[in-house]
Structure formats: C-alpha cells, structure tokens
Ligand binder design. Structure first.
Ligand code: SMG
Ligand code: MG
Length: 387
C-alpha cells in the first residue's frame, strides 16, 4: 500500500470511573486512567489506547510515565514520517528501551489508520478468523468469601462461562475452595499478580486439587526462573502474565518449563505486532494462549477481540462485555455478551467501533496536539518551553 504520512498526533490523558472497584493483590482500582493516542494522515484518523494506569502496581509503567515517553521520545520520532506498515513504526522507536504500553498504544493507532486506508478490519490485519471469540470475566478480591461466591453467581447468570478470581496471601485457598464448592463444574482459574514466593509452595499446592484451568503469575513479575522450579511441583498449569514481555521471553519460559500456558496482553508486550509474534511462537511449540485484559475502553477492547480470533487463542480471554466496566464507554457500539459466552468480532474497517468524541472529551484530564513543525523543539525536551 501507499505509505501514510503522520500529519498530526493527539495525546489524551483520560480517567474513567469503573462500575465497581476492582481489587487485586497490588491494590484497588476505582478510576481507570490511561492514554488515548490519535494519529491523523491522508484524511483518516487512527485510534490507540495506552493501558498503563494511575499507579505502577501491575508493571513499572503509569499513564504519566508513558505520556513522558511518548511526548519526549516516541512522538518526535514518528511525527511527519511515512508508514506503510507497523514494522517501520517499531523501527522508528527502536532506540527507546522498555515502555511497551506506550509503544502498544501508538502502534494500535497506526494499525487502525492503515486498516482504514485499506478498508479492512483489524481482524484481517492480524490474521484472525471467525465471527466470535470465547471470553470470561475477571473477578476482583471481594470483602469476604461469601460475597465472592455471590459475585461469581451473578456473572454466571450474566452468561460468562469462565471465571477468573484474583487471589492474594490470606485470600487464596479458602476463597478458591468456596467458589469451587459452590460451582463444581465451572471453568475456574486464579490470578495472584506476583504475590507469592517459593516459600509459599504449600499455599499454592493447596489449590492444586481444585481442578483449576490455570494458576496465573504466582511469583515475581520479573521471574521466569523460579516459576520453572514451581511448575514441576504442580498438576495445575502455571500461566505467565507479567513476566512475558516479548516473544523471546516466551521462548525462555517454554525452554525452562516455567509455564504451560501464556496470557497475551498487547500492552505488556509492546503492541499487537509482538503479541502476534508471541502467539506464533507459542503455536509452534504447543503452548495455548489467551488474551488478557487491562480494563480497556472500547478502543483497546475492539482490538483485543480481533486479536483473540487468531487460532492459538485456545482459552477464553479476559475480554468482558463493556457493561462489566463502564456506564458509558468512549466507543460504540458497546460489546455485549452473546448467549454462548462469546463476544462478536467487529467487522468494520479498522477497529470497527466509533469513538464518541463527546464522551471522550468528558473523561479527558489533559490533551496535547503535535504537528510536524513542533518536532525539533520536542526532540530536545530541555529546550522545549511550551506546555
Ligand atoms: O480487563 O477484565 C479486565 C481485567 C482483567 O484481571 C485482569 N487483569 O493481571 O490479568 C491481570 C489483570 C491486570 C489488570 S489490573 C488493572
Ligand atoms: Mg494477570
């Protein structure tokens, strides 16, 4: 295709209230912060989402650190340049170490722009197929085991066919046993978000007989080595989330025997292109994957649904319906749960959802517009005077 010149970039810092607080082993989220990236060129607009939140609890990144990296480093290397594919974009910010969430956000905006220019869906761009993807719901830590069982029951009534429950030390074995006792047949998995060490093997083993689909990221967010010591001691599959940042890490985990399943989050691995590489590597060695979630708006959700339609996404993803998160989303139509526990894959060009600019405006805390002429000033932040 003919390359598209990036004439204008817009960055927004947003904050959206969740319909209910979401508690994990690293904290409680009530407001979802994030960044929305807009790329404009050739009369078209591409949208992307940076999934870093207000605090560095899940990973080292926050909405503000990713704003800094985009503003001072990534945007200056992208504005005014021409792109016909996302690999060229990856090269443009190759000198920026880390910050996968910032990269993923701008990369999604380019995917959307390129797909719209070619009038194809993101599903097609990613190489997916089928009209629906299997999804589940991630349930935060509740005030008590009884409340958790109640909450899980409500999600099952909504039609979710797979439940993931968050655990942390002191709220693990008993909670998981209570849910399993109440719902003996459901697909159930737990996510520790790195809350344990090898000293907790006894606790982790106490969940090994609950017929769980998987135990997600029990050990440190930067660990693969100790997980390789833990996996052989369990019947249950370990699934890595936080510690897989690249397809290379997936290979390390596989070769060391650190996990049997991998959760793919485009934000965590630096974008949808690397997410596809992780998917392809895992497919080649027989590791099933599933699509994780970062409480995305309709923008990231649309792209995740498209990604989850690739063939090795064998397990249901953390891609729930829009009303699980928001009273009013910033994109339409909202995603709703089909009777068979799936979400439908958008078929329109690009993301296949429309951004509601009035709704977006309401949740915007700050915004900045970048045009080509500003490029030089921004490349040297010390000399950069304007706000
Ligand atoms: O998007 O439904 C969602 C949330 C899924 O549990 C979820 N994500 O570690 O997998 C995970 C967590 C991280 C997000 S915490 C804000
Ligand atoms: Mg996780």
């Amino acid at each position: 295709m003919k390359p598209i010149r990036i004439e204008q970039i817009e960055l927004r810092h947003i904050s959206m209230r969740l319909v209910a607080p979401f508690e994990t082993s690293f904290g409680v989220e009530e407001e979802r912060e994030g960044l929305i990236v807009t790329l404009r060129g050739d009369g078209l607009t591409g949208w992307g989402e940076v999934v870093a939140s207000h605090s560095p609890g899940y990973s080292a990144e926050t909405a503000k650190t990713e704003w800094h990296i985009l503003h001072d480093f990534i945007i200056p290397s992208v504005i005014g340049k021409e792109f016909a594919d996302v690999e060229t974009l990856e090269k443009a910010y190759d000198s920026v170490r880390g910050h996968p969430m910032a990269k993923a956000g701008i990369q999604l905006a380019l995917y959307d722009l390129l797909a719209k220019a070619q009038n194809v869906s993101l599903q097609k761009m990613f190489g997916g197929s089928g009209d629906r993807v299997k999804v589940g719901v991630s349930v935060g830590i509740q005030p008590s085991a009884e409340k958790l069982v109640e909450r899980v029951g409500l999600y099952l009534e909504d039609g979710y066919r797979r439940i993931k429950m968050k655990i942390k030390p002191g709220r693990d074995v008993q909670d998981a046993k209570a849910v399993r006792a109440a719902f003996p047949e459901i697909l159930l998995q737990v996510d520790a978000n790195s809350a344990y060490t090898l000293d907790d093997v006894k606790t982790i083993k106490a969940m090994d007989d609950l017929n769980l689909l998987l135990i997600e990221q029990p050990l440190s967010e930067d660990d693969i080595f100790d997980h390789a010591k833990l996996q052989p001691q369990l019947k249950t599959a370990i699934c890595l989330d936080e510690s897989i940042l690249t397809a290379r890490h997936a290979r390390w985990a596989h070769e060391l025997g650190a996990c049997k399943i991998i959760n793919i989050k485009p934000g965590r691995v630096g974008g949808y292109r690397e997410a596809i590489r992780v998917h392809d590597y895992c497919a080649s060695v027989g590791i099933p994957v599933w699509c994780g979630g970062m409480l995305e708006t309709g923008i990231g959700r649309a792209a995740n649904v498209a990604l989850a339609s690739l063939p090795n996404f064998k397990l249901p993803g953390d891609i729930s319906a829009s009303d699980r998160y928001w009273k009013e989303d910033i994109a339409e139509p909202a995603f709703s749960l089909n009777k068979d526990g799936t979400l439908s894959v958008p078929t329109g060009a690009g993301l296949g959802v429309n951004v509601k600019e009035d709704a977006l405006e309401k949740v915007t805390l700050a915004k900045e517009t970048y045009r080509e002429e500003k490029k030089r000033a921004m490349a040297f932040p010390g000399l950069h005077k304007e706000a």
